[in-house]
Structures are given as C-alpha cells and as structure tokens.
Write a protein that binds this ligand. Sequence first.
Ligand code: UT7
Length: 331
Amino acid sequence: MPRAKIAGVGHYVPERVVTNFDLEKMMDTSDEWIRERTGIQERRWVEEGETVSGLGLKASEVALERAGVNKEDIDFIIFASMESDYEFPGGGCFLQEKLGLPGIPALDIRNQCSGFVYGLSVADQFIRTGMYKTILLVGAEIQSTSLDLTTRGRDMAVLFGDGAGAAVITATEEEDKGILTTHLHADGRYAKKLWAELPSVIFHPRLEPWMLETDRIYPKMEGRFVFKHAVTRFPEVIREALEATGYTIEDVDLIVPHQANQRITEAVAQRLGVSMEKVYSNIHKYGNTTAATIPICLSEAWAEGRIKDGDLVAIAAFGSGFTWASALVRW
Ligand code: UT7
C-alpha cells in the first residue's frame, strides 16, 4: 500500500504588518497585555481586494517549487479555510481556477484551527487507497476583516492574523516515511464557546440590517474555557499518535502545534515533558492564522533547517468546534 509523504511545504503572508502598537491606536489595549497573555508581537493583515485563494496560490507556488512537482501533476486539491473569497462556493474552486487546473477535484474543509490536520488525514487516506498520487493541501485564512476592531472586541481582535501555507503530498513506497498516523476529534457540545453567530439560517432572510448594529456578527470566545480544553487536548492527541505508532515523545524531533497562544504552547511542552527547543513557535510574528498556522510553521521550520529529511514531526491542532487532531510524520 502506498504511503503519503510531504514532498514540499510553502507559505505566504500578506505584506502589511500590524503591530501591537498599531492596535493600541484602534482600541483600549496594550503591547504589554498582548505579549504577556499571548506572546504575539505583530500579525499580517491583508489589504482590500486580497483573497484567501490568492494567499493560497502564493503559498502553493512555493510548496510546488520546493517539492519539485509541476502543478499539472496535481490530481486533487484540498482547501482548508474558515471562509471563502465569496459567500459560496468554497475557496478550493477559486484556487483551482487560479492554478489553471480545470476538472481537478477541489474539496473544501471547514474545521477552523484543525482544518489543515483534518486535510492531512483526508490526503493520507486518498493516497493510501491509490485514488490520488499528488495532492495539494492548503490552509489559508483572512481573519482580519471579520474582527470587531473596537475595545468591545479586543479579546479576539488582538489574536488573529491572515496568511496561508501549503503542502504537496505525494505517494511513496518507502518504509517508515511520510504520514505515519492521523487522529481526528470533535465535540460539538462546545461549538458556541468559540463561534460567530450571524448571519444565520435561523433568520429569514439570514442577513438583515439589524444584525449589523449588534456585536453578534463578530467571532466570540470564552477564552479561559477554550484555554483549559486546549492545554488538555493538545498533549492527549499527540500521545494518541505516539501510542498508535509505538514511538515515544523522546523519538520526536520537532512538535508543531497550532499557534493559538504562546502560553498554551508552553503548557503543552510542560505537560509532554519536553523543552521548548523541541516545539516550534512563530506566533510572535503572525498571531493565530487558524488553518494556516501549521503549514506556515512547517514551511518556516523546513526553511530554517529545523525539519530535516528523516525527522519525526508531531503535528497537533485544537480549535473551534471544538475540533482537535494530530499527525505523526516521518519527513
Ligand atoms: O485557535 C483556537 C483556540 N484558541 C485558543 O485556544 C485561545 C484560548 N484562550 C486564550 O488564549 C486566552 O484566554 C486569551 C488570550 C483569549 C485571554 O487571556 P486571559 O488571560 O484568559 O484573559 P481574560 O479573558 O481572563 O481577561 C483578563 C482581563 C479582562 O479584564 P478584567 O475583567 O480582569 O478587568 C479582560 O477584559 O483582560 C482584559 N482584556 C484585555 N485587556 C487588554 C481582554 N482582552 C484584552 C486586550 N487588551 N486585548
């Protein structure tokens, strides 16, 4: 049976840098509060007119080049994002059009911060069954335009950034190589702990002018509740991947967690009994880019030489849904 290997990773972030000091001018917050509570120093936000599929395209081009794969060889596109360029269809079709690959299937995954790891699992299954041989998996987000940029929305507004990452996943016959295992979970009982309520189909029509006058159109989170679940689920789902493969945490060369909060990342390292040197973090530069954090991390870690051929990489995500997931990858 073929295995799925990550042949190349790439990323792209918008050029516009928004620092904590820039946010101080928009709302009652401080660089000190944001750094201490989250580890974030700056994030990238798009300019008007940029699209999630456009960010995804730029990340994909880098991943394809690094993988040494021609775009014509792609036989399946998986696009993980909370949003699309327009209300519908999903961003996968817009990306496919930009790549110029008519007829190639495009699957949209809407699993928030876990979207990329869910996508990794889907790609793995399709390659193992022999259905596809070369899959482009993209995580891309534009969060900045959904945020309440006033003091009312400051708890969420300071956290999120825009960006995209991509992985080219190919079939391999090599032993102990590629995606070794994936583990997916969800618990919809907590869907409203981190969500955006409006517009909603429960209203007829689903979008009405009064909605724009409320704060219910903005993403909301019970921060402490989400935090507590995150610090439990991350180590749990990483251990699940280790148990499934017989590896121990000592065998892992690098842990790449979804970038939600530097304090969460540090708590996860502590609970797993590993030093922060073994855990990749770039939240200080980009904030939380939802489905894009993990592929951006993989791309930077690879470029910096922190992921080398043969390394064992543990990937884990947790986010809205709640959804959480892990993958163990032999690079
Ligand atoms: O990616 C999906 C997964 N996401 C997560 O896992 C995020 C999990 N949660 C968190 O990371 C943290 O809960 C936050 C960073 C969101 C918040 O940190 P916290 O330490 O839990 O703070 P808090 O929400 O308990 O708020 C503490 C105080 C409050 O003021 P009072 O009530 O103590 O007077 C807030 O109003 O901080 C205030 N506050 C702010 N102050 C300045 C909240 N946001 C801000 C802000 N600037 N941006």
